[in-house]
Design a protein around this ligand. Structure first.
Ligand code: MG
Length: 387
């Protein structure tokens, strides 16, 4: 296999956090840390697929956190960070990707550009690590006093994702198994692999303590509120049912279109894309592509949600109006809001679906088609303004 697979290491017990729930499953702005991390890689075009390494006791938590995401089956990690990464690498042996990215689940703000920089460095080195230069003056302490000032020259703080040639990092992990090294670059260094430094991101923080979580919430909360709108129409034609907002509804005709023609999900997808300045549904899923023929439109909505999450953003609310004489939206409202919330992994209280008619006027009134308009309100962290 060519291409890149991402491993998200989420097997830690997070003792530093306290509490019953491992830190990677804690919520930040209505979404767990691990889901944010997973979505960043799901959304990246150069990443073929994503696998999480989890603690076996966390399976139910993980399933809830990853609902609706298209991932490889998770694998169980080991007793240490290093062992978990090795087990994740071993699990990819049959797939044998050319490159692998290894990311800590507790870094929820990893940006698409950082992933791209790390991958680009692998063109010329077997390993690559994003890092930020140490700017504070460093002190060594002994018995509560400063023992000495340590030069910060040439010192960097390593982040993740760390990228490697798959076969070389697998071999290195096998050779140096059991050392409890705290990142994969350290394993690569032991094996003598050249590891390139690429520009990290100060916002790509690791959430380790309650204080980190509060700071991450502040980073998210101090951002800006954006809105986007979407509008779509599909023609009604022969058929015996339609997909509306991800819900299959028996009907006397069907909606025509290249995909499953779910006019509601199309309008919502365009609204989210609009809020982050990421083009429209047609630019991501060209209607001429055979790949999208009869495609379920939840794929499109999930992709828009993943792009938003990759910016560290969250959905504040979605408001959709379906315009048609029939079917009666009120009869399906609960199912529709539930399905939309499920596809995006958000609370259903953030989703509204309304129905209206045009008093039998015009093409909608004559039942020739169904229209939908949507408004998406999203929150983006400071400095993240989309494409
Ligand atoms: Mg459409």
């Amino acid at each position: 296999m060519t291409g890149c697979i991402a491993l998200v290491v989420a097997a830690g017990r997070g003792q530093r956090f306290g509490g019953a729930m491992p830190k990677q499953y804690r919520e930040l702005g209505g979404m767990s840390l691990v889901r944010r991390a997973l979505l960043a890689f799901v959304a990246h075009p150069a990443v073929k697929t994503v696998r999480a390494v989890i603690h076996p006791d966390d399976r139910a938590l993980f399933d809830a956190s990853s609902a609706g995401l298209d991932l490889l089956e998770p694998v169980a990690g080991g007793a240490s960070r290093q062992e978990s990464a090795r087990l994740g690498l071993e699990s990819l042996e049959a797939k044998a990707p050319q490159w692998v990215l290894i990311h800590d689940a507790a870094r929820p703000f990893v940006e698409q550009a950082l992933i791209s920089r790390t991958l680009a460095a692998l063109d010329t080195a077997p390993g690559a690590v994003p890092a930020v230069a140490v700017r504070d003056t460093l002190k060594r302490e002994a018995e509560g006093r400063v023992a000495e000032t340590v030069s910060r020259e040439g010192l960097w703080r390593a982040q993740t994702p760390q990228g490697f040639c798959y076969l070389e990092i697998l071999e290195a992990h096998r050779r140096f198994s059991g050392l409890e090294l705290t990142d994969d670059a350290a394993v690569a260094e032991k094996a003598g692999l050249g590891v390139a430094l690429v520009e990290g991101d100060e916002d790509n923080v690791k959430v380790t303590t309650e204080e980190d979580l509060r700071r991450a919430e502040a980073l998210l909360g101090a951002g800006e509120v954006r809105t986007g709108m979407g509008f779509d129409v599909h023609r009604l034609g022969p058929g015996d049912g339609l997909m509306l907002c991800g819900v299959s509804i028996p009907f006397e005709s069907g909606l025509e279109g290249h995909s499953d023609a779910d006019v509601g999900l199309h309008a919502l997808t365009d609204a989210i894309l609009g809020a982050i300045g990421a083009g429209d549904i047609g630019s991501h899923f060209p209607p001429g592509d055979a790949e999208w023929r009869d495609a379920p439109s939840e794929t499109f909505l999930r992709h828009a949600g993943a792009l938003l999450t990759a910016l560290g953003g969250t959905v504040a609310n979605l408001d959709l109006t379906l315009i048609c004489e029939q079917p009666r939206v009120a009869l399906h409202r609960a199912a529709m809001t539930g399905r939309i919330a499920e596809i995006l992994g958000i609370d259903r209280g953030r989703v509204s679906v309304k129905g209206t008619t045009t008093e039998r006027l015009g093409f909608l009134g004559r039942g020739e088609g169904i229209a939908a308009q949507a408004v998406a309100t999203v929150r983006l962290p400071v400095g993240k303004v989309g494409d």
